[in-house]
Unconditional design. Sequence first.
Length: 230
Amino acid sequence: HFGSRVATKHKIVIRGKVVNAGFSFLHGKHRPVNPIFRQDLASGTNIMESFITASPQQLSDSDLLCGRNQVLHQMSWARQYTLQLIESIPHELWYVKPTNSATHVAWQVGHLAVSQYGLMLFRQRGRLPGDLELMPGWLRKQFGRGTQPAENAPGLPSPTDLHQRLDAIHAKAIQELPELTAASLREPIDMPYAAYPIKLGALLFCPIHEALHAGQIGTLRRMHGLQPLR
């Protein structure tokens, strides 16, 4: 539902100078852009809600399709790096939280699968027949945003199962990505997205999100005493 969505241009002024202009989107009313990028932890506000965005009106259909194709190559490259990391970690360490760590490898892998499904499939074309097998409810409930990494709980998916889910969702996303049209990519969307508050922005956020969690996986490797790959 985007019928009441309003776009408002804001000049960002820092130390008396206009340094940027952004557009904020909110159902039915204006919301000022916050250049400080602070998160209201008490209310659980998404920190990205305050990020400066660009107007999608400046994008031609060719620009949108070019951005789509760039995401395809960026995600393919980023996933190769992620796979190198996770495939170098023994399975017996996947559900082990290193000392002073709030996460483990299994949660990172499951979360990347859930997120790619959400950003590149569900948010682009909704849920289709067969998606429940591709991304079952238990996967989202255990590894979605805000969930807590479980240790030694009954019924946890094996590292092999998580790896297969990650591969299947990635293959489906890469298969469907070239079918997205410029008109579809221009449709407005809520957070999370990167740069533009449209469906293209959701795609653009996916390789950024992948790289962020690849960094966390790399840190987990080092905390487990494994040698760096680079």
